[in-house]
Structures are given as structure tokens and as C-alpha cells.
Ligand binder design. Structure first.
Ligand SMILES: [Zn+2]
Length: 165
């Protein structure tokens, strides 16, 4: 190894992308069954009670997390439904979690694609504007030069060259 050579190292990000990504797409709730409301999500309820009517029927209470306890005192009033037990709720939780994973994956791909498209657009727009600006400057410089020379007729292509970069 030469005197000025080093053993190369991999960069050490403070927060690896994967972690950051997970944080962005992590939901605000802990329980996927009730989204921490204690009430089982409507679309999940309908997997067990297909003809469930939110207006008419008792509220199925989550038994996958402790949030459901907030509702249990209403049991005597006959407004809650406790038939969807811990096992069912756990199953619903897993289904909803998988749904979320798939949905966020699709979202993520969409957002990424949109960002890429937007970046491409901005880049090409920027280049167009840049090209316009350069040709405008070129024409202006040429005019000034011609004015100074008192020459309005003759346009020499090799003068006042503006080179890119
Ligand atoms: Zn819950």
C-alpha cells in the first residue's frame, strides 16, 4: 500500500435509510384492529359480520389491545358487541397490518416514481431555461458588440462566443 493510500471504509449514516423509511411509513397507532380507538375498524368488522350496519348494530369492541376496556362499561347499555374475542381481534390485527404494509409499499413506490418524474421534469425545464438564457445573453452580447462597432449588418458567428460550462 502506498504512503497516501488508505484502507477504504463504508460510510456510516446516522440513520440508515431503512430505518428512516420505516419511520415515515409507520402508522400512528399500535393496534391495527382498532387503530387505538377501542372500536374495531369497520372494514374489519365486515370480515366477520358481513352485513354489519354501523347505524343499526352494536359496536364491536377491540380485544386485541387494552383500548377496548374504555368501552366495556357500556356493555350493560347494550350498545357494544363483545363477540369478536381476542383470537378474532388478533387475526383482524394481522390482516390489517398486512394490508397496511402492502398499501404503504404501493404508496411508497408511487411517491418515489412521482418524485423521480418531477425531478426529471424540473431538470429538463431547468436545462431549457438555461439554454434560453444563454442564447439570449449571446444575442445581447452580440448586439452590444455590434453597436460598439457601429456594425448592424454583419453578423460574425465566431465572435462573442459563449461556451456552456
Ligand atoms: Zn385494539
Amino acid at each position: 500500500m502506498g504512503e497516501n493510500d488508505f484502507d477504504l471504509l463504508e460510510p456510516l449514516p446516522v440513520r440508515p435509510d431503512e430505518v428512516a423509511e420505516k419511520e415515515i411509513w409507520h402508522p400512528l397507532w399500535h393496534c391495527f384492529c382498532c387503530q387505538d380507538t377501542g372500536k374495531i375498524q369497520l372494514n374489519l368488522v365486515r370480515r366477520v359480520i358481513p352485513s354489519y350496519n354501523y347505524e343499526r348494530d352494536r359496536l364491536p369492541i377491540c380485544q386485541n389491545c387494552h383500548k377496548g376496556h374504555d368501552w366495556f362499561h357500556l356493555n350493560d347499555l347494550g350498545v357494544i358487541d363483545t363477540r369478536l374475542g381476542p383470537q378474532i381481534c388478533r387475526k383482524l390485527n394481522n390482516i390489517a397490518r398486512e394490508d397496511w404494509r402492502l398499501t404503504t409499499q404501493i404508496w411508497f413506490e408511487m411517491v418515489k416514481q412521482r418524485l423521480e418524474n418531477a425531478t426529471e421534469e424540473i431538470t429538463s425545464e431547468h436545462n431549457l431555461r438555461r439554454r434560453d438564457r444563454i442564447s439570449e445573453e449571446f444575442i445581447l452580447a452580440k448586439k452590444k458588440h455590434e453597436l460598439a462597432r457601429g456594425d448592424w449588418e454583419e453578423i460574425e458567428e465566431d465572435e462573442e462566443e459563449v461556451t456552456e460550462e
